[in-house]
Design a protein around this ligand. Structure first.
Ligand SMILES: Cc1cc2nc3c(=O)[nH]c(=O)nc-3n(C[C@H](O)[C@H](O)[C@H](O)COP(=O)(O)OP(=O)(O)OC[C@H]3O[C@@H](n4cnc5c(N)ncnc54)[C@H](O)[C@@H]3O)c2cc1C
Length: 425
């Protein structure tokens, strides 16, 4: 699919929120396209097969399209990926996979038109010998596209949160839970004490693996673990099916041994590098070692773009309209969160970003007199599909679970109330 030379809105990231943004722009009749370094739903694609979302289907449904699951329970990774593909297909979203955002430059005539020239590194395309476009010294060709507005929906899970200990890159060590059959009759050490680690422990045990968990705290923290997993893991530990070594910090991995020391030996006055502290307290042997200690964003992208970050979490700075310090550059979804240790920004509370950005773009377009399409807020019955029938294109329909925009404040309020009434979902 040929990337156009210019578009009104460029969305970077084809995760749930980038797609939801695309549907909103399509419904508003604006010109846009979506690029992703990989493909639709890439972040979700690396979850282990069969992983269940903790959010209820209506909370992670996008653009008002119902998300049906086979048992009316929480969606699996597979169900949600298929759902995202269906939404993208149904709305014929112009998605260009394999294009990684590298850098942006103000357009030469930005005074007149505003906007950005965006450089994207192409993962798959190889130019024919004679074609131009290959930048000297770069292995992949670079494509460019100009846009007036840029929406960064790039997520917050670009790389694992590393332990930075010796042995972390050995072949028997991974930061990702794989297909479960890989763990049959394997001794597996899982490092971490939150949802991913607990879920992996239970599933590997049930798949015939022998599991030892290492966690920093005195015990597993019930407040950080899905409410249906906590009783299960505590029962398996109590009954000796899964071993838990609490208060432990990994200091190095050497072959099939994971060395650890007591976490409370790392008080405030101690050197924060565990390896620099006392000798290991003990070790556990393992065929495979899973370091499930979370995932973090690649902040180098924001630094390259010039997006300001703030706080310990290096959160991208943005205003109420989700605009960053760069004019017409917006940020949406979990990308707004920075590096989350305890997660507070999810798909389910990011829907409102889409509506804030849409409102800002429509306001600017109509203020500049350019927005013929923006006036087209009521949708015609032929473009797009599954409209809500509630009169406004912002409405999500029965399952949408979407916050209202500032302009339909009552809906926004009621959704917020719903979140606080049902924090468990
Ligand atoms: C095991 C697990 C379970 C989870 N369960 C839930 C849940 O129940 N509910 C929930 O709300 N959240 C859940 N999450 C978090 C969820 O995955 C994310 O919140 C969700 O994917 C975020 O959506 P997003 O659209 O903001 O970003 P993402 O889905 O992360 O999409 C970002 C996209 O941007 C692309 N991208 C990144 N950088 C670039 C670049 N430089 N150029 C081009 N493209 C780029 C990526 O390839 C990716 O496709 C879970 C996460 C995990 C790991």
């Amino acid at each position: 699919m040929q990337l156009p030379e210019e578009t009104q809105v460029l969305i970077v990231g084809a995760g749930p929120i980038g797609l939801e943004m695309g549907v909103a722009l399509s419904r508003a009749g604006l010109d846009f396209c979506i690029v992703d370094a990989e493909q639709v739903g890439h972040t979700i694609s690396w979850y282990a097969p069969g992983t269940h979302f903790f959010s209820s289907p209506e909370r992670i449904a996008i653009a008002g399209i119902p998300l049906l699951t086979s048992d009316q329970g929480k969606a699996t990774r597979e169900e949600y990926l298929n759902y995202l593909m269906s939404v993208a297909w149904q709305f014929d979203l112009p998605i260009h996979g394999g294009l990684r955002l590298q850098s942006i430059q103000r357009r030469a005539d930005s005074e007149a038109r505003g906007g950005w020239k965006v450089s994207l590194q192409n993962k798959w395309h190889r130019p024919r010998e004679a074609s131009a476009g290959r930048v000297a010294g770069q292995s992949n060709p670079v494509s460019t596209i100009e846009c007036r507005y840029l929406v960064l929906a790039t997520g917050d899970m670009h790389q694992p949160r590393r332990l930075d200990v010796a042995g972390e890159d050995q072949p028997n060590v991974s930061h990702y839970l794989q297909e479960l059959r890989n763990y049959f009759r394997q001794e597996v050490v899982i490092v971490g004490g939150r949802n991913s680690a607990v879920e992996a422990a239970i599933r590997i045990f049930r798949m015939g693996g022998k599991v030892t968990m290492l966690c920093r705290g005195d015990s597993l923290d019930a407040t950080s673990i899905k409410y249906w997993l906590y009783p299960e893991i505590t029962s398996l530990i109590k009954n000796g099916m899964i071993r838990l070594i609490a208060n432990s910090v990994v200091v190095r991995i050497d072959g099939d041994r994971v060395y650890y020391q007591a976490s409370h030996s790392q008080g405030e006055n101690q050197n924060q590098d565990p390896a620099a502290n006392e000798e290991p307290m003990g070790f556990v042997e393992a065929d495979q070692i899973l370091l499930l200690t979370g995932y973090i964003p690649d902040n180098s992208l924001y630094e390259r773009l010039g997006v300001d970050l703030e706080g310990d979490a290096f959160r991208p700075v943005h205003n109420e309209s989700m605009e960053t310090n760069l004019d017409n550059v917006f940020i949406a979804g979990t990308a707004t969160a920075g590096s989350q240790y305890k997660h507070t920004v999810f798909i389910e509370n990011s829907h409102e970003h889409v509506e804030r950005i849409l409102d800002a773009i429509l306001d600017r377009e109509s203020a500049s007199g350019r927005n013929a399409a923006g006036a087209n807020r009521e949708m015609d019955s032929e473009s797009g599909a599954q409209r809500s029938g509630e009169g406004s294109f912002l409405h999500g329909g029965p399952q949408g679970g979407r916050a209202g925009s500032a302009r339909d404040g009552e809906d926004g309020k009621s959704l917020k109330a719903l979140y606080s009434d049902h924090p468990e979902s």
